[in-house]
Design a protein around this ligand. Structure first.
Ligand SMILES: Nc1ncnc2c1ncn2[C@@H]1O[C@H](COP(=O)(O)OP(=O)(O)OP(=O)(O)O)[C@@H](O)[C@H]1O
Ligand SMILES: [Mg+2]
Length: 228
């Protein structure tokens, strides 16, 4: 299974999600490869810190940019249970190749008006790619949500927007995830320490509960739609 984390909007939490999803799948026993397809090589912070802290690697990782990304994914596909691809914060050849080569794309989205405009562009790209990759699932994950209850309206606006766009564009395989990830310090700190969210958090930590909610929903969709 190949899962790419996509959003041309910078800072929406792609790298943080790519690292945590790779770690979580590995903690469940998957043999995981994280491909860093961002020229900025942002996932190195995690791997380097992990190595410096003498923690065992949870998953394999490799940096791969350029148009050969698609070939690399194809070559690695049979050697791993899961391949996670982290892409950069702009529309790039790597992003397009990653989408083309995936079973699932996850689009982490911050619920503000500006992001919604970018999201529309992402959905158009998704629609173009489905001409070549018709089974591709797209999961929209509302990410970095402010815990301030006064901002709940923004979240609902985003959900309404996606549901409308799905209907208008006929995007049956776009799924708006029920679970939401909030803005919490633990996500930032865990990556900097080279730890998975599970390793970093206490068992009753809200960040861990959020992430687990997302992960279980993700697994359910994978089982139902992909049968992996
Ligand atoms: N749920 C969260 N709560 C708090 N901070 C977060 C969360 N997710 C990500 N961050 C922080 O937000 C910043 C941007 O996150 P990240 O680097 O994962 O985004 P990105 O989409 O990969 O960015 P880019 O487009 O530049 O690659 C980082 O400082 C990260 O630690
Ligand atoms: Mg990144």
């Amino acid at each position: 299974m190949v899962i790419s984390i996509i959003n041309e909007k910078g800072g929406s939490g792609k790298t943080t999600l790519a690292v945590n999803l790779s770690a979580r799948l590995a903690e469940d026993g998957d043999n995981v490869l994280l491909i860093d397809a961002d020229p900025q090589k942002s996932t190195e912070v995690f791997s380097d810190m992990r190595s410096q802290s003498k923690l065992e690697p949870l998953f394999s990782s490799v940096s791969k940019t350029g148009i050969s990304l698609g070939d690399e994914i194809k070559r690695m596909k049979n050697s791993f249970d899961s391949i996670i691809v982290d892409t950069g914060g702009r529309d790039s050849k790597e992003m397009r190749k990653a989408i083309l080569s995936s079973n699932i794309i996850i689009i982490p989205t911050i619920p503000s008006q500006y992001d919604v405009n970018v999201l529309d562009h992402m959905l158009n790209i998704y629609q173009e790619v489905t001409e070549f990759n018709s089974e591709l699932l797209a999961l929209i994950l509302v990410n970095r949500v402010s815990p301030n209850p006064f901002l709940a309206k923004e979240l609902n606006n985003l959900k309404d927007y996606i549901n409308e766009a799905k209907k208008d564009k006929g995007l049956e395989k776009v799924i708006m995830l029920e679970s939401v990830i909030y803005e919490r310090q633990a996500y930032r700190k865990a990556v900097i320490e080279g730890k998975s969210i599970k390793e970093f958090c206490d068992s009753n930590d809200k960040a861990l509960k959020d992430f687990e909610g997302f992960y279980q929903e993700f697994l359910k969709i994978v089982n139902e739609k992909i049968g992996a």
